[in-house]
Design a protein around this ligand. Structure first.
Ligand code: NAD
Length: 434
């Protein structure tokens, strides 16, 4: 099938590459011309395990093509996916201007029937706005339809999630749209949930808000464990063994971040408000998440007393492992808090340092290290903010020998407290006795 992707970020590039790999003829368009130049050259602007190889392979076969021509892009696809960003506005609502702009682009260049599919995460009833925008901007009467196909991929596992999703949700209002989307996803073996459009839109927001709620829940249990002298990891493990609860998203730590959970929780709260529904639980979920940084800072101060002129290494900048995405990463807030108290920082992350350098360029208080061991040399504490495997498997004896004072403040509970202490460290995990 002929498919066009509008917006080539984490979702758009993955979708474009995945659809080409299962045999479709895909054209990707983005307003960012630098991105198109890179992509044409086979260079992915994002880090995503497994993506580079698939991108190159499908560029070579010609199944995947990138263009900065709106007309070429829109005329190509019978199915057009909108994968543009939907960031938060100051009031918490979703900023849908990129989606509107994409709809206008389609309306301007549409040449025959198109199924326009919103893949971006959007508030319920956005499809109606896309349809209205299309009608207002159409140059001549041409048939089209709007459908919803929310994306559930996880950064760091996006390629796997494309080929093996837990489910594919499609929100449609006609058999024709359903047939087209069934045909498109035929090679993917996953349960297909077909709903009306409003339901599909709510499924995505509800899923993300629920996962964020799980994280905030376990983080409150984490605080209770710390106060009462219990171990949150064991509590979570035993809770998760109950199939009704499930073990995922029960990891206590410094909270959720990224480009999705924070904005989607806020957006769903706002949607509720618009309908007169006070979804209080979501307010608490956000507040608990924000308070995680205070808890981490409390641990750091318990370990170091004053932060002024203390040399601290940070391992992990991305909001989670296996991605270079630092949008809403807890590390951004932690760095600011330490710099505000005149601490001195050396940062290390396997792939996200170039992104962080745009927010915090090097200066006399803040350095970036070339490798994880160099980062801890002569430091008074090591702060762990992302649970990358290389940190889990670090040679801690070497770390101990390099540091000035052997202190680890672990925001992600990646080590066994007994083992770390045996190596001579003072260890400050989350939600358990240090
Ligand atoms: N990143 C994730 O893990 C993830 C997962 C599921 C769903 N989503 C949702 O998918 C959507 C996209 O997320 P993302 O992380 O890929 O965003 P992103 O910011 O990485 O990418 C958005 C892209 O759209 C482009 N763009 C903006 N306006 C455009 C326009 N008018 N025409 C063409 N291109 C335009 C931007 O240049 C950018 O490349 C969001 O709604 C997000 O909530 C994201």
């Amino acid at each position: 099938m002929k498919v066009t992707i509008i917006g080539l970020g984490y979702v758009g590039i993955t979708t474009a590459t995945g659809l080409a790999e299962i045999g479709h003829e895909v054209k990707g368009y983005d307003i960012d011309e630098d991105k198109i130049i890179k992509l044409k050259d086979g260079k992915s602007p994002i880090y995503e395990p497994g993506l580079d190889e698939l991108l190159l392979k499908n560029l070579k076969t010609g199944k995947l093509v990138f263009t900065s021509s709106k007309q070429e892009a829109i005329e190509h696809g019978d199915i057009i996916f909108i994968c543009t960003g939907t960031p938060s506005r100051i009031d918490g609502s979703a900023d849908l201007s990129q989606v509107e702009d994409a709809a206008k682009t389609v309306a301007k260049h549409i040449n025959n029937f198109k199924l326009i599919v919103e893949k971006s995460t959007v508030p319920v009833k956005t499809a109606q706005w896309i349809e209205r925008t299309m009608r207002l901007h159409l140059k001549r009467p041409i048939d089209f339809e709007v459908a919803s196909n929310p994306e559930f991929l996880k950064e760091g596992e996006a390629i796997r999630d494309f080929f093996k999703p837990d489910r594919i949700v499609i929100g449609v209002k006609s058999k024709r749209a359903e047939r087209l989307l069934r045909e498109l996803y035929k090679p993917i073996k996953a349960p297909l949930v077909v709903t009306d459009i409003n339901t599909a839109e709510i499924i995505k927001h509800a899923s993300n808000a629920f996962l964020a709620t799980k994280i905030s829940f376990i983080n409150m249990i984490s605080d209770l464990c710390e106060m009462a002298g219990a171990d949150v990891d064991l509590v979570a493990k035993a809770m998760g063994m109950d199939k009704r609860i499930g073990k995922r998203f029960l990891k206590a730590g410094i909270g959720y971040g990224g480009s999705c959970f924070p904005k989607d929780v806020k957006a769903l709260y706002f949607v509720g408000k618009q309908y007169g529904l006070d979804f209080k639980l979501l307010k608490d979920v956000q507040e608990i998440n924000e308070s995680r940084i205070d808890t981490l800072m409390k641990h750091l101060k318990k370990a170091l007393w004053n932060l002024k002129d203390k040399h601290i290494a940070i391992w992990g900048l991305s909001f989670k492992p296996n991605t270079d995405d630092i949008r809403e990463a807890p590390s951004i807030k932690v760095i600011k808090r330490i710099l505000d108290e005149k601490g001195r920082l050396t940062l290390y992350d396997p792939v996200a340092m170039h992104n962080m350098q745009r927010i915090y360029p090097e200066n006399m208080f803040l350095h970036y290290a070339k490798d994880m061991y160099q980062s801890v040399k002569d430091k008074e504490a090591l702060l762990i903010l992302t649970e990358w495997d290389i940190f889990k498997n670090a040679d801690l004896e070497k770390v101990r020998s390099l540091m000035q004072t052997p202190i680890i403040v672990d925001g992600r509970n990646i080590y066994n407290p007994k083992k770390v202490k045996k190596l001579g460290f003072e260890y400050y995990p989350m939600g358990k006795m240090s």
